[in-house]
Design a binder for this molecule. Sequence first.
Ligand code: SAM
Ligand code: GLN
Length: 299
Amino acid sequence: MLLMDDLNVINDMNIFNVLSEAIQVLASCGCASPGLDAEVLLSACLKKDRTHFHIDREQSLTEHELQEFRRYIERRRSGEPVAYIVGKKEFWSLPFEVNKHVLVPRPETEILVEEVLKLCAGMKAGNLRILEIGTGCGAISVSLAHELKNAQIIATDISQEAIKVASRNAQINDVANQISFLSGNLFEPVSGKFDIIVSNPPYISKKEYDCLPSGVRDFEPESALLSGADGTAFHREIIKAGGIYLKPGGWSFMEIGAGQKEMVEYMLNESNLYDSIAFRDDYAGIERVAIARRVTTGG
Ligand code: SAM
Ligand code: GLN
């Protein structure tokens, strides 16, 4: 395995040489996307777009830039996700600040956003009240607010540090006036009724947690991932609370983990609170989103 110290042998610290060596270091420790990761990390160091590297490969790095890049590559080599090293991640084509207190938003969560937007496209105009449980960096609420100018959103998280990150992301993306952020356990800080409840709750079982890739298990917050013995403890709470916090005819959208569809479908049916229950696959063919409408009577 190569170490960053091996880079000392390079005489000309230009972009091409530095990138080539960093790619070798990352590839030798089993990193899945060494080229992309090295370019993203160098781009953050030099504060230049990645396209620049292909145009000006001969440009030399200053000593300071080189030291910083080496520290970044060393962190990546130890398994830290690129998003934490550079402090940002794109979601729904919008920029989000991230740090170790929040889960790095996943591309499959865009499907949850897509499904909410599809439903809203068919709704009549008027103010929409949306509740998000477990907002993390705010990816879902900020994206929804960006697309739905008639939406007022309450976004909660048990982590006060996550709420700070999410509030900053609402400001960065110019939607702070549409979202109220509250910290607390599940529905505890919430009052009133909503047209939509949306959540990507923790859904990893204890058994699965122990087998997660080390980049996830060692760096992302355990409280954002772990959820009871079978991973559906949070879904159960959110389904139940729909009886109190959803308007009759309102909709619940939840992200689910691989293999959880049957259990979540069973819980939705058993509650007698919902009809129009449906599931949507992600692009890997995994059932990823549960959708259900609060019945207008009974429950
Ligand atoms: N919504 C973000 C996303 O999709 O990227 C983050 C989702 S992450 C899987 C789950 C979030 O739920 C974490 O931010 C975690 O802090 C929060 N959470 C965990 N337990 C909670 C609880 N009891 N009440 C409210 N939020 C909770
Ligand atoms: N999709 C995430 C992972 O694979 C889990 C997110 C969650 O628990 N909601 O690590």
